[in-house]
Design a protein around this ligand. Structure first.
Ligand code: AMP
Ligand code: ZN
Length: 115
């Protein structure tokens, strides 16, 4: 599995940086965003280092599907039952700050800090 020692999310996967984890399996890790925009804001990431959505190919279709499919399951588990947003920032114009693919999943009662 590809791992970039300089990547902050790879370092979270490796347990070198702490995170408030909400889910972990063989392919995916989910943890709370350190700077939440909404009452509940988690990041769903693949454990393997994929930089952006541009770098995901057809071989990653199932992985991407699992990331999206996990979102409603975890939101329900976290008490978010009135809707949420799921979004992926891609590259510079997408304002992606961390170059390790991640799905933002945000929910909870309004108003939110952003978005
Ligand atoms: P993006 O702009 O889509 O790349 O978003 C990166 C997100 O990662 C931001 O919402 C940050 O608050 C979040 N983030 C950065 N470092 C950490 C960390 N160590 N633990 C949890 N979330 C982080
Ligand atoms: Zn990484």
């Amino acid at each position: 599995m590809s791992h970039d020692p300089n990547c902050i999310f790879c370092r979270i996967v490796a347990g070198q940086i702490p995170a408030k984890k909400v889910h972990e399996d063989d392919e995916l890790l989910v943890f709370h965003d350190i700077n939440p925009w909404a009452p509940v804001h988690v990041l769903v990431i693949p454990k393997q280092h994929i930089e952006t959505l541009y770098d995901a190919g057809p071989e990653h279709d199932a992985l991407l599907g699992r990331m999206m499919g996990l979102a409603p399951v975890l939101m329900r588990r976290l008490g978010v039952t009135n809707g949420f947003r799921a979004l992926v920032n891609v590259g510079p114009d997408g304002r992606q700050e961390v170059p390790h693919l991640h799905l933002h999943v945000m929910g909870g009662p309004r108003p939110w800090a952003r978005g």
